[in-house]
Design a protein around this ligand. Structure first.
Ligand code: SRM
Ligand code: SF4
Length: 573
């Protein structure tokens, strides 16, 4: 008989928390420390905030016997990545008033603030809500920010998918009033579990859950790295419905083979009207069958892997009370952004800007934050955050375009799309100094590494050849490195595991090429591979594909050959 395994500590924190209240209010009121209790730190995540400390200052503070330099990161949910100019201006104001003067655009189309001290936390969250944005469920064991291809140039279909992202997000938002009581000073109400959390119940999900919607040929939301995704199927220019994909994820730990990145499986097709129901039922399957005894094994990808995608499909069908239809063909061409200006049929223009590391800030030679602030003051369309940490100034009317062009010129923001294709396809996670899990630099180092690699790119005539390149400070994979063509994953300060061979559309896992490479050895390591690629590639051959054909990495997909369509019998079951 198998021994009953103990639930993780987080499960009892959730149970004891009275629907995410814990002792957060008391902790906020305690002025003797900049920190919160361990349990409340876990609960705060559900409210969209993480306790951190400035790791650059740790040693000095320890030396002077001072408490760590605690502060909070706040993540603002932006379903589908769309914000109004008024919301942009408010985000800018809060970033410069309470945070570290920067706005971070994340790899899930959200805003982040860093460096907010405890005494400003409540006020900042309250003011975020005042401009119709929120932070609830931006983190924690719940459904996270729902991603959706943000590019409005195929207007009708994008408008439909965006609406759906918002509906899924609303439907899966926790119902507890704790958020409103703690941050917005709403009245306290007692009610039963069914009323409080009809979908999640007392213990919420075993772990975070991630949903995205893609409109082919663009896979810019990286559906293969999400727990659940919907892929728009377009027939004769009209939206026919969505393929459903389950079980993607990136997180892993060095040296722990039980953890691994996984590519999602496509399990069927549904109509647009079924999407929200399918999202709910898939979340319920994970709620009921996900592993609550080991947080390293509790993501949905492991539930899918342990039971098999056919079993998961059967459970989803059972919970739905109807069957998904067989998946339909589609083609993804890439997972990057389309930079520069695009005009749509309605006479509006959209400008996609490259934002290095997703960090919007002013530097002496690049006043990006100030420039975007001035643009937001006159802009009559919206701002769209991409899953590649970039920004679209979208739906610019023909009346406003000349004014916006002048501002872009004045602040030197005009030509971000003219950078090398390698840089334009780069992503770096936050890492140091705020991320407590970082083993090495990422956001602060990748720009310099790219400058070095651009020399190779220029020498070999590859300036306009897009190659996806991603760096993370640890193997949790926040910049989705394991599906990029070149990836650097932090192992220790100044040392990275180098991965090659990911799919250009994010459809294939990369493979470990070299372990613990010193930062200064990266350029010489890649030089011969890039030179050979320039010389020997077939017409149209992508760098990741070439790395496999040329034998730099093995042809099998690392982490398991999971990328398969569902077996037809399962759909009949
Ligand atoms: Fe992430 C944890 C930053 C997208 C996988 N992630 C963290 C934390 C909160 C560190 C922590 O737990 O203490 C990082 C905060 C750093 C900081 O100072 O801001 C962090 N993750 C980020 C962001 C900001 C990276 C960025 O530079 O843009 C992204 C915020 C997204 C958002 O708006 O919600 C971010 N994280 C991702 C993604 C990409 C995605 O979702 O498409 C992944 C890989 C996909 C996946 O979930 O498998 C990802 N983050 C993780 C993991 C690994 C989870 C696992 O399965 O084991 C952790 C660690 C954890 O949860 O224990 C993590
Ligand atoms: Fe932090 Fe690691 Fe995520 Fe980078 S990948 S933000 S270092 S948890």
């Amino acid at each position: 008989m198998s021994e009953e395994k103990k639930l993780t500590a987080n499960e009892s924190i959730k149970i004891r928390s009275n629907y995410l209240r814990g002792t957060i209010e008391e902790g906020l009121a305690d002025q003797s420390t900049g920190s919160m209790s361990e349990d409340d730190q876990q609960l705060l995540k559900f409210h969209g905030t993480y306790q951190q400390d400035d790791r650059d200052l740790r040693a000095a503070r320890r030396k002077h016997k001072l408490e760590k330099a605690y502060s909070f990161m706040i993540r603002i949910r932006v379903p589908g990545g769309v914000a109004t100019p008024a919301q942009w201006l408010e985000t800018d104001r809060l970033a410069t008033t309470f945070a570290n003067g920067t706005i971070k655009l994340t790899t899930r189309q959200a805003f982040q603030f860093h460096g907010i001290i405890k005494s400003n936390l409540k006020r900042t969250i309250k003011e975020i809500n005042r401009c119709s944005m929120d932070t609830i469920a931006a983190c924690g064991d719940v459904n996270r920010n729902v991603m959706c291809n943000p590019n409005p140039y195929l207007s009708e279909i994008h408008a439909e998918t965006l609406k759906l992202a918002q509906e899924i997000s609303d439907h899966l938002t926790p119902r507890t009033r704790a958020y409103h009581e703690i941050w917005l000073d709403d009245e306290k109400i007692e009610s039963s579990e069914e009323i409080v959390e009809p979908i999640y119940g007392k213990t919420y999900l075993p772990r975070k859950f991630k949903i995205s919607i893609a409109v082919p040929p663009s896979n810019d939301v990286d559906i293969y790295a999400n727990c659940l995704s919907f892929i728009a199927i377009i027939d004769d220019g009209k939206l026919a419905g969505y393929n459903v994909a389950v079980g993607g994820g990136m997180g892993s730990s060095h040296g722990n083979e039980k953890t691994y990145p996984r590519i999602a499986d496509i399990i069927g097709f549904c109509t647009p009207q079924q999407v929200v129901d399918i999202a709910e039922k898939t979340v319920l399957v994970q709620r009921d069958f996900g592993d609550r005894t080991d947080r390293k094994h509790s993501r949905f990808k492991y539930t899918v892997d342990d039971h098999g995608p056919e079993w998961i499909l059967a459970r989803i069908n059972q919970y739905l009370g109807y069957q998904l239809a067989p998946a339909r063909p589609f083609v993804f061409e890439d997972n990057g952004d389309r930079f520069g200006w695009v005009d749509d049929a309605n006479g509006n223009s959209h400008l996609t800007l490259f934002i290095q590391g997703g960090r919007v800030r002013d530097t002496p030679d690049y006043p990006l934050l100030s420039g975007l602030r001035e643009i937001a003051k006159v802009h009559d369309g919206d701002f769209r955050l991409t899953a590649n940490q970039n920004l679209i100034i979208a739906n610019i009317s023909s009346a406003k375009r000349p004014e916006i062009e002048k501002l872009l010129e004045r602040y030197g923001i005009r030509d971000s799309h003219l950078k090398s294709a390698l840089r334009l396809n780069s992503l770096a996670c936050v890492a140091l100094p705020t991320c407590g899990l970082a083993l090495a630099e990422a956001e602060r180092y990748l720009p310099d590494l790219l400058t070095e690699l651009e020399e190779l790119i220029e020498e070999n005539g590859l300036r306009h050849d897009a190659i996806t390149i991603r760096m993370t400070g640890c193997p949790n994979g926040c910049a989705r490195p394991f599906i990029s063509e070149i990836a650097f994953v932090g192992r220790a300060p100044g040392k990275y595991n180098v991965y090659l061979g990911g799919g250009f559309a994010g459809q294939r896992l990369s493979k470990l090429y070299r372990e613990s490479v010193k930062a200064e050895d990266i350029k010489p390591l890649l030089a011969p591979i890039i030179a050979r690629y320039a010389r020997e590639r077939d017409a149209g051959e992508r760098f990741g594909d070439f790395c496999i054909r040329a034998g730099y990495v093995a042809a099998t997909i690392q982490g398991g050959d999971f990328h398969k369509n569902i077996k037809p019998e399962a759909l009949k079951a």
